[in-house]
Design a protein around this ligand. Structure first.
Ligand code: B4P
Length: 216
């Protein structure tokens, strides 16, 4: 199964993708995670990407398309994959279908998650990320995590530069202008299924699985 999770920043794409990995035994390809790892390792790509990411802008298409093309060629992606945070522009979506058709593959499902802007702001400003393993915690669910350490690896928690309120507002504006046209793009292709992203993580997962299994 080749799946795209679509939706604004903070809607829960990364959270849901991590649960789908175990359920379907296919890997998550998160361009955000790959870019953050490159920034941390100070690779030439990371150095180039950092300024765009910290300001809430998108990293140039050619950089991100290259990342995904390389990742899709790896052995663990041959039985399927979950794209999380890619594509984010129409040129990225066009490039993806070209890359996939070149290797005899196609996208099977596009799940579009949505919640209101107030909820997105609340989720992202309340997120604390681990400086070591990248795990995320929300201060509403884990108040001790405002200035704490990661349960998974003991790393220090911090607020991502792009999770500060004014940067989030910019990320949401970028989403509206550059990413939201993908909703009609995939609707026209007959691939889009919408799921409400408001509610418990488990409830939303159940809904996504029902959509993927054709139960709704
Ligand atoms: P991403 O890492 O993709 O950032 P994101 O959109 O915020 O998604 P994320 O996965 O982190 O959040 P989630 O919705 O799961 O991108 C970061 C930056 O990288 C971009 O701004 C851009 O610069 C660059 N980039 C990445 N891909 C690119 C591309 N294709 N092209 C160009 N540039 C690219 O969750 C957010 C929060 O909500 C969490 O705190 C979580 O705990 C909480 N949450 C999740 N589900 C919830 C629920 N049901 N209820 C309550 N809270 C919930």
């Amino acid at each position: 199964m080749n799946l795209i999770l679509l939706g604004p920043p903070g809607v829960g794409k990364g959270t849901q993708a991590k649960l789908l990995i175990d359920r379907f035994g296919i890997p998550q390809i998160s361009t955000g995670d790959i870019l953050r790892a490159a920034v941390k390792e100070l690779t030439p790509m990371g150095i180039k990407a950092k300024g765009f990411m910290d300001s809430g802008a998108l990293v140039p298409d050619e950089v991100v398309i290259g990342i995904v093309e390389e990742r899709l060629a790896q052995p663990d992606c041959q039985k399927g994959f979950i794209l999380d945070g890619f594509p984010r522009t129409v040129p990225q979506a066009d490039a993806l279908s070209l890359v996939l058709s070149g290797i005899g593959k196609k996208i099977d499902h596009v799940v579009s998650l949505s919640v209101d802007k107030g909820e997105l702001l609340k989720r992202l400003t309340g997120r604390r990320a681990c400086s070591k393993c990248g795990a995320g915690y929300h201060v509403d669910f884990a108040p001790s995590k405002v200035a704490g350490i990661c349960d998974a690896c003991g790393g220090e928690l911090f607020q991502r530069e792009d999770d500060k309120e004014e940067t989030i507002l910019n990320r949401l504006a970028v989403y509206e202008a550059q990413t939201s046209p993908l909703i009609s793009y995939y609707q026209t292709a007959g691939l889009l299924r919408s799921v409400n992203g408001l509610g418990s993580v488990e409830g939303i997962q159940t809904e996504i699985v029902a959509v993927l299994q054709g139960a709704r």
